[in-house]
Design a protein around this ligand. Structure first.
Ligand code: G6P
Length: 569
């Protein structure tokens, strides 16, 4: 989603700002803009579309201090007017904002009463006007007062016309990281945009001031909690980050297994919460969790949990799954679970994320940076980390340790899905079906497929197909059948027959010969431990989506309208 990068340096900072924006592209955005100190004071340049369009507009400009933003539209359509940075009515400041201002209507009314009218459809513009109205000459105290008047979530970076070379920043419930690198101070909404820097995490509600030689927070020089960020991610010879990340799964799974503590298994009832693929990972693990605990377990969408009746927890543990650790719905679900008395455990890939700081206990996936918007290694490592919270008997532990080798084999086998692309290219709708653990995988397969191919797809519990969706099956409709559980062969064969009787084209992803031969096409997998199989069976579905999307010339790493981490509810 929206991204922020700001730099103040002793030498030209504009090209570093543009590189920072490019590093943020993976999060998803629809327009970009930059504000900077030019020869004649503050300047703004904006462009709809890719950062490269903004770069072209910037031409030969230079600056030593600027802030910039990639916007993913929430309030108001995608156009230059709504694109950040926003400028205050008298030009006292320019700012960029991530998050949502919940008392926006009220503040807009207050501004109107003061004779200030807004010219964009965004909630962010009002912050700039409010700053100028409340300005007492000191940007730090003014921004502090502005922040106190705001409700909702925000990460704000601001340039004051009278404070050349300085950037002011404040955050609440939205990430903002400060970095120091070679006589430059930087800030960004995502560490990916700050490679090779010493990082500082800005506390909620505190105002930071950055200049080329240093950073202070509310007047105190800032030099604690320094962490070195990683170097910039690269594709390592692959055409796309997504393909690279698919191939990295065996190592990512192995690293995650190696990180599972010897002790600390969850024994009681568990509630698994997440969004998108993280929810699917939770759902796919329910059979495993129930088998290990002998107790009821449930997976819920984080966004639904926060709207559900606030029944108090009864000794249950809420497990919050989030690759980024910044998904707004999951963070709200965490707060809500705590309120209802659940013990909270987070599974995230980012140790410094908001979720990691909010939960009672943490487990981390060791996927490494995931850049493609459509998650792959994020999902498979979540399955492993979740299993690590429950699996204790020797047989299951052995099965867990066999996953990296199985993943290695299946990544190679999945290359064969390239031969199946023709079945899908002109499909009106593609179906993914499975039961139990395979149901979660079917949902994930369908999500991956629609995310990057833009072909409608539906993930279904096999048993549900006949209760409505079967009306969509016609001659040639592709149906991907996932089956990794020997106890489900008979039922799966029945689903296959039902689909074939209506002209559907069935593609099996299975370790069972009976299912493979019953289907029109098959990807035969090695024998898998049924309850842990989601970490493996999803791989061919990722690869299939990838090949179909590539054949359709889609922007695989940055699919339209999608954001890597969705920081609004
Ligand atoms: C977005 C992404 C999905 C992801 C979901 C949850 O919608 O596009 O790929 O599964 O957010 O993200 P999280 O970081 O919480 O796992």
């Amino acid at each position: 989603m929206c991204g922020i990068i700001g730099i103040t340096a002793k030498t030209d900072a504009l090209s570093a700002i543009v590189s920072g924006l490019k590093a943020l592209e993976y999060r998803g955005y629809d327009s970009a803009g930059v504000a900077f100190f030019g020869k004649n004071g503050l300047r703004i340049v904006k462009a709809v579309g890719r950062v490269s369009a903004l770069e072209e507009k910037l031409g030969e400009e230079t600056t030593t201090c600027g802030i910039s933003h990639t916007r993913w539209a929430t309030h108001g359509e995608v156009c230059e007017k709504n694109c950040h940075p926003h400028v205050s009515f008298g030009g006292a400041c320019m700012l960029v904002h991530n998050g949502v201002i919940e008392n926006y209507a009220e503040l807009k009314k207050y501004l109107l009463e003061k004779g200030v009218t807004c010219s964009t459809d965004t909630d962010s513009e009002i912050i700039a006007h409010l700053y100028e109205l409340l300005c007492d000459g000191d940007p730090v105290t003014t921004l502090g007062r502005v922040a106190n008047a705001l409700e909702g979530s925000y990460a704000i970076a601001l340039l004051s016309a009278l404070h050349k070379g300085e950037i002011f920043a404040v955050r609440r419930s939205s990430p903002l990281v400060i970095g120091r690198r070679d006589n430059a101070s930087l800030l960004a909404s995502d560490v990916t945009a700050l490679p090779n820097a010493e990082l500082y995490y800005l506390e909620e509600g505190r105002v930071a001031r950055l200049w080329a030689e240093g950073v202070d927070v509310m007047g105190k020089r800032f030099h604690s909690n320094a962490i070195q960020s990683l170097s910039a991610p690269d594709k390592n010879g692959y055409d796309t980050f997504m393909l690279k990340e698919i191939y990295e799964q065996p190592q990512a799974i192995a690293r995650t297994i190696a990180d599972i503590p010897k002790k600390g298994r969850i024994k009681g009832e568990a509630l698994l919460l997440g969004c998108g693929s993280s929810y699917h990972a939770g759902l796919a693990c329910i059979p495993l969790v129930e088998k290990c605990t002998g107790r009821h377990a449930e997976a819920l969408l984080a966004s639904e949990f926060i709207c559900s009746h606030a029944l108090p927890a009864n000794g249950q543990t809420a497990i919050l799954l989030s690759q980024s650790g910044e998904t707004a719905d999951t963070l709200s679900a965490c707060a809500e679970a705590k309120k209802r008395g659940y013990k909270t455990v987070g599974i995230t890939n980012v140790e410094t994320s908001s979720l990691a700081r909010a939960v009672d206990e943490n487990r981390f996936t060791k996927a490494g940076a995931e850049i493609a918007v459509a998650t792959t290694k994020g999902f498979t490592t979540q399955i492993v980390a979740l299993a690590g919270l429950f699996v204790k008997d020797e047989e299951s532990l052995r099965a867990l340790h066999s996953l990296p080798t199985l993943a290695e084999k299946v990544v190679r086998l999945s290359e064969k899905t390239a031969e199946l692309v023709h079945i899908f290219l002109s499909a009106k709708c593609v179906f993914f079906i499975g039961r139990k653990s395979d149901y979660g995988v079917a949902l994930e397969g369908a999500l991956k497929f629609k995310e990057i191919t833009y072909i409608p797809s539906i993930g279904l519990a096999s048993g549900e197909l006949k209760h409505g969706s079967i009306s969509l099956i016609e001659k040639g409709s592709p149906v991907v059948v996932v089956c990794a559980d020997g106890k489900l062969i008979a039922k799966t064969l029945l689903s296959v027959a039902t689909v074939k009787a209506r002209g559907g084209v069935t593609v099996a992803v299975t370790c069972f010969e009976e299912v493979a031969t019953a289907c029109d096409y098959a990807l035969r997998l090695p024998a898998l431990p049924a309850d842990l199989s989601p970490a493996i069976t999803v791989i061919p579905l990722q690869m299939l989506s990838y090949y179909v999307a590539t054949a359709l010339r889609r922007d695989v790493d940055k699919p339209r309208n999608l954001a890597k981490s969705v920081t609004v509810e």
